[in-house]
Design a protein around this ligand. Structure first.
Ligand SMILES: Cc1cc2nc3c(=O)[nH]c(=O)nc-3n(C[C@H](O)[C@H](O)[C@H](O)COP(=O)(O)OP(=O)(O)OC[C@H]3O[C@@H](n4cnc5c(N)ncnc54)[C@H](O)[C@@H]3O)c2cc1C
Length: 359
């Protein structure tokens, strides 16, 4: 089924309904808003399990939490009561939008504006590559409320799908996670009421950073799930593929590849869970650890899925098996929510600043 979904590139509404019926959208929402009150680790466990089978389904699910976390952290009671119960029920999906055509890694370069007027804010601009774009009902959008203040002039606003002036651009045709929807968001004189501001004006980047601290372990979990799925498929195939009169799993070259894959998956899982627990502990500065979990696990996913294709040999290269899809899907985990290069920069900056390291 995942192969069929991947080929059709259609948003998996039927599966989203199954996830809703299984109460999985309640996991990351507090009990007072119809949720189950879980934390980062609970979310990671769900994302990992979904990714073991299909990372495209997993990201469609996880992107809802991206749209929601700013609301959980900085939203008013009124905003939470208005939006969270429907999301917990799975009746509405959410999304988060900061990236623009000229502002990817350099999020400080965003140009979308939200001009303050008597009735609220008028948004103008285009967001690019937004997961759940077009499918979600609720969007957390980062826009400049004060262009002169640069990064300090960005704010987070909630925009509902049917707001006049808000439309969608083309759906991207992707290398992997094809079942997920990635679209442009277009704002042309889109008026949102004042009460849709999350937090205060000027907090847009603080909200974004806090969000990524909490969400990056989720990308790590997506990567762990992908790698685990690929490892299991490779072991299964190596057990039954006969060459030179024996299953290829009896060849030491293959055994060592599988062993290395298993070691990497376990190490990535341990790091992701540890960081998720740190996030759940309420620790204040988790940026470095969150980045490490994302970078390490995504590099593992890329390596393990590539090696899994190798173990499958020729059939691994064919679309009849899901293994080439896993390799395609893994690539994105090294790119979104901060590319691995940019996150390595951030980790190195923290190391340079760290006190207590002997000269
Ligand atoms: C499928 C998909 C889904 C996405 N979903 C969302 C979403 O839901 N919401 C959202 O807001 N965004 C989303 N994004 C955007 C994503 O986060 C960005 O694509 C990503 O941050 C990289 O930005 P960019 O594509 O503009 O690459 P660029 O920033 O142009 O980077 C290009 C290359 O240059 C390197 N580079 C850039 N700056 C540096 C530097 N300072 N040091 C070292 N190397 C550097 C990068 O690592 C990369 O290799 C999504 C993207 C994709 C592809």
């Amino acid at each position: 089924m995942r192969v069929e979904l991947d080929e059709k590139e259609e948003f998996p509404w039927a599966i989203m309904k199954d996830l809703a019926d299984s109460d999985l959208f309640r996991i990351f929402i507090p009990e007072e808003y119809e949720g189950l009150g879980g934390g980062c680790l609970d979310l990671c466990l769900v994302v990992e399990e979904l990714s073991r089978v299909c990372a495209g389904i997993a990201v469609s699910y996880a992107a809802v939490s991206l749209g929601v976390i700013p609301l959980l952290e900085y939203g008013t009671e009124e905003q939470k009561r208005k939006y969270l119960p429907d999301i917990a029920d799975g009746k509405k999906l959410a999304a988060f939008a900061i990236t623009e055509p000229t502002a990817g890694s350099d999020i400080g370069a965003i140009k979308t504006t939200a001009e303050r007027v008597k009735e609220g804010y008028i948004i103008n601009g285009t967001k690019q590559f937004i997961t759940n774009g077009g499918e979600a009902e609720i969007y957390t959008v980062i826009a400049l409320t004060d262009k002169a203040r640069g990064a300090r002039g960005a704010s987070a606003l909630l925009v509902e799908k049917d707001t006049p002036g808000f439309s969608f651009g083309k759906k991207e045709k992707k290398m992997g996670i094809r079942v997920s929807s990635t679209r442009e968001l277009i704002f042309r004189n889109c008026l949102v009421p004042e009460e849709n501001l999350i937090g205060r004006e000027g907090m847009g980047f603080i909200i974004t950073m806090k969000l990524f601290d909490q969400s990056r372990p989720g990308i790590g979990a997506q990567a762990v799930g992908l790698a685990q799925g690929a490892l299991e498929a490779a072991v299964g195939y190596a057990r039954q593929r006969i060459q030179f009169g024996h299953p290829i799993i009896s060849l030491q070259a293959v055994q060592h590849m599988l062993a290395d894959m298993a070691i990497q998956v376990e190490a990535a899982r341990a790091l992701v869970y540890a960081v998720a627990r740190t996030v759940d502990s309420g620790a204040r500065n988790v940026s470095e650890e969150s980045a490490m979990a994302k970078v390490f696990a995504s590099d593992v996913a890329m390596k393990v899925t590539t090696d899994a294709v190798q173990i499958f040999g020729g059939p691994g290269y064919m679309r009849d098996y899901p293994i080439e899809k896993m390799m395609r899907d893994a690539k994105i985990t090294q790119i979104y929510e901060g590319t691995n290069q940019v996150l390595r920069n951030a980790i190195a900056i923290e190391l340079r600043k760290r006190k207590g390291i002997r000269e």
